[in-house]
Unconditional design. Structure first.
Lengths: 112, 348
């Protein structure tokens, strides 16, 4: 029983670690189209890449400060929302990262 | 979602956010929470219950922990392993700054008096005294915060269910009668005060037996005047009173008026002590009668000016606090206990 719990805990930790590495890629890919925070969160969730707000918003700010995203406050449905989109630099980095991701996938397929 | 509940949550988030981005982050978080609540309400075809609204906030976690994730500096204290995490770190710095600042002022006064009176104190002695004092303060404050960190790490979700961990507590109020957000005293603020006062108590206990802790190298030829032994017990009692107040507010953070009135009495007590101290006229004396007359006179003169400034500032602050209490009482003292009934309007 204890062994089972340890196994599932270990798996959960490793799974989270694996997904954490893919989050930046997922967020950049989802922001090829302009979105505000909440709809971005829903989009990622629908695609099976659920991310909590406490991780997403700081990540968006970090990516913006790195010049990969641009954002602007705009009114929609009588409410001010902050919309994010990939910058030119972000598009180039996304392309490179996707290439890297494909290459990792291929390598793994060869190994398993 | 009830504006009051959301405001209270965001107010706690704001305390730990980096100042430059605070408003921006809060606006975005507010929008995200409102969107989520609206989404859930649309899905259910009704407004969310109190418990469901709490669940939305609970899912986001402790407001201080949430805010700490926005801090890219990830400030913490570690000695091998992490002792104080980014959530407690800003409060740790506040308490430490206060305690170290106070120690520095006391030491500065002593060294200035020694210098002006021409006493020969080596720079090595000054340095070792300062370092010892600062290390004692640093050690005690860090130790207590480490214990608090360990305790809060054991109960990360306690903040919103029992109302004893992170400054948020659901309280029923009638929004249709009184839409003003109900103020709360941050629990971390209460914890910080308890820690600062406990350190002060330990220090006070030590000073009585070891005047070196306050006089530094001057303890070799100076001693505290009798007035300090007369006011020692009242000072300890006032410090304990402040710890008791903070402990009560830790358990009951909505007792804002209680804190204000209680604080008024403690403050008045402190002012009375300053008055008695000023009246004494002598605060340090030579260890051997007749020696170091010039040093004693200059030290007493500096303490006198320090007490006058303290008394004037403290008096002005007391008047401000008194006016605040009177305004609070006029503006609805009954509300500040939180006894009403809740109507939760939807954000829509």
């Amino acid at each position: 029983m204890t062994h089972g719990t340890n196994h599932s805990e270990l798996f959960e930790n490793l799974r989270l670690e694996l997904r954490r590495g893919s989050l930046v890629l997922a967020v950049l890919a989802a922001l090829k189209k302009e979105q505000y925070g909440y709809t971005l969160r829903k989009t990622l969730e629908l695609q099976g890449m659920a991310i909590d707000e406490g991780t997403l918003y700081p990540l968006l700010r970090r990516l913006e400060s790195q010049g990969l995203l641009v954002s602007e406050w705009r009114e929609e449905e009588k409410r001010n929302k902050r919309f994010y989109q990939l910058s030119t630099e972000g598009k180039a980095i996304l392309k490179q990262l996707l290439g890297e991701w494909e290459s990792i996938n291929e390598s793994l397929r060869g190994l398993v | 979602m009830a504006q009051e509940l959301l405001d209270r949550y965001l107010k706690n988030v704001a305390k730990v956010l980096p100042e430059a981005q605070r408003e921006d982050i809060l606006q975005e978080l507010r929008e995200d929470i409102r969107s989520e609540v609206e989404d859930k309400e649309r899905e259910l075809g009704r407004t969310l219950s109190e418990a469901e609204q709490m669940a939305v906030l609970k899912q986001r976690g402790n407001p201080f922990a949430l805010a700490a994730r926005y801090r890219q500096d990830d400030r913490s204290v570690a000695f091998g392993k992490r002792l104080i995490g980014p959530v407690l770190f800003p409060f740790y710095v506040k308490v430490l700054s206060f305690n170290l600042g106070l120690t520095a002022v006391v030491l500065g006064t002593i060294f200035l008096a020694l210098g002006l009176s021409g006493q020969n104190v080596s720079s090595g002695s000054m340095l070792s005294t300062s370092l010892l004092q600062l290390l004692i303060q640093f050690g005690i404050v860090t130790f207590i915060f480490t214990l608090v960190e360990r305790q809060s790490a054991k109960n990360p979700d306690k903040w919103d269910l029992s109302g004893t961990g992170g400054g948020l507590r659901f309280k029923k109020i009638d929004m249709s009668v009184d839409p003003t957000p109900m103020p709360r005293i941050s629990r971390l603020e209460s914890v910080s005060i308890i820690i600062a006062c406990t350190v002060a108590l330990i220090w006070l206990t030590g000073v009585r037996s070891y005047p070196f802790l306050i006089l530094g190298p001057a303890a070799a030829f100076l001693k505290l005047a009798p007035i300090w032994y007369h006011v020692y017990v009242p000072i300890v009692l006032l410090t304990v009173a402040e710890i008791v107040r903070a402990a009560i507010n830790l358990v009951k953070p909505d007792l804002v008026l209680f804190r204000q009135v209680y604080g008024l009495f403690v403050h008045a007590g402190g002012l009375l002590l300053v008055y008695y101290l000023i009246r004494a006229g002598v605060w340090v004396a030579a260890e051997q009668a007749g020696e170091y007359a010039r040093g004693v006179a200059i030290t007493n003169q500096l303490i006198y000016y320090g007490l006058l400034v303290t008394g004037a500032l403290s008096g002005a602050m007391l008047v401000v606090r008194l006016m605040r209490v009177i305004r609070g009482a006029k503006g609805g003292a009954g509300r500040v206990g939180g006894t009403g009934r809740q109507v939760m309007p939807s954000a829509r």
